[in-house]
Design a protein around this ligand. Structure first.
Ligand SMILES: [Zn+2]
Length: 330
């Protein structure tokens, strides 16, 4: 099934790979000088991806509006990327195991009793994992496709509420943002709003793809749903602007995932910009061609591990989900 792209991107493109226009403003540094590093998405449809020359942030150029993104998620996202409107046993098993990993990873760094809140909770497996471990856990999820499963089967406290409709009551100890920050129209606005949800000295845990790893061959790196692509440096820079400082990084720069725990701090008056990040990011993205990307030893190892987990999911998912659902049956 194809991806619905609500824009005519080709009209934006020029012959030059350098694009300077004040209406295209970098969310991180406010700059408008972008190197266009890709003109197509992973399905070979026109999609302009720019690398900000001021700070290294990689983003759609121009950025779609909030309404256009909302319309895309409301209708197309789940079906475009997963071809399903109810979660399959394999998806549930994967989401559950991922929730358990995140719980194990950050539990030693948070104290109980504690209110954990997930923004973009998906099926609700991470929220349910934290609830089972004794936390006061809840979340929000804009997509409604899986709501009935989340609420009716998992009994996870996940509501269909927009982030920006939540009151800045500074009531949560920990906010989780798992593979969500790369989807916002303005991640800076999103983080600033999330700051209002978190207690002073509270924590923010973020996971997202690492564009400098990279996590896919160049031709498959970009797609409409990922409005931004981060490196460790650009994510940390953005978090600092929103008043969050690093507590712990769980992955290194060669890992295709960024996983960082931040702590809420006073918003600094001035953040120094890393002049080298644009070059660092460019060099990292272009350092492999298709062959060298696929021949990397760590890539091959990850593929083998992934394939093994797919086989395991295929063999065990049905039974696994049956047992999980039986556990939560009222
Ligand atoms: Zn920038």
């Amino acid at each position: 099934m194809g991806i619905h792209i609500p824009f005519e991107w080709e009209t934006i493109l020029t012959q030059s790979t350098q694009h300077t226009n004040t209406q295209y403003c970098c969310d991180l540094c406010g700059g408008s000088n972008f190197e266009i590093i890709s003109k197509y998405d992973r399905h070979k449809k026109p999609l302009n991806t720019g690398l900000c020359q001021g700070c290294g942030l990689v983003m759609h150029v121009p950025m779609p509006s909030e309404d256009e993104i909302s319309a895309y998620y409301a209708k197309d996202y789940r079906r475009d990327y997963h071809g399903e409107s109810k979660p399959s046993p394999r998806r549930i098993m994967r989401a559950w195991n991922n929730g358990q990993r995140i719980l194990k990873q950050i539990k030693p760094l948070i104290s109980q009793p504690c209110r954990v809140f997930e923004v973009g909770a998906g099926i609700g497996c991470t929220v349910k994992s934290f609830e089972e471990a004794g936390f006061d856990a809840s979340g929000i999820e804009p997509n409604t496709d899986f709501n009935s499963y989340t609420q009716g089967v998992l009994h996870a406290h996940v509501d269909n509420i927009n982030l920006y409709d939540l009151e800045a009551d500074q009531s949560r100890d920990v906010v989780l943002l798992i593979h969500v920050i790369e989807h916002f129209v303005s991640p800076k606005r999103a983080l600033m709003h999330m700051r209002g949800l978190i207690k002073n000295d509270g924590l923010l845990y973020v996971e997202c793809p690492n564009v400098s790893a990279p996590f896919a061959t160049f031709g498959r790196l970009f797609h409409f749903a990922h409005t931004y692509n981060f490196t460790h440096n650009t994510l940390i820079h953005l978090a600092k602007i929103a008043g969050f400082d690093v507590v712990k990084r769980f992955t290194d720069e060669g890992n295709p995932d960024i996983q960082i725990l931040f702590k809420k701090m006073p918003v600094p008056e001035n953040i120094e910009r890393d002049e080298q990040e644009a070059k660092h990011c460019h060099d990292a993205i272009f350092r492999y061609n298709w062959l060298t990307y696929n021949l990397r030893a760590d890539y091959l190892l990850r593929r083998i591990i992934k394939l093994k987990s797919y086989v395991k999911e295929y063999m065990q998912a049905g039974h696994f989900v049956k047992e999980l659902e039986a556990r939560f049956k009222l």
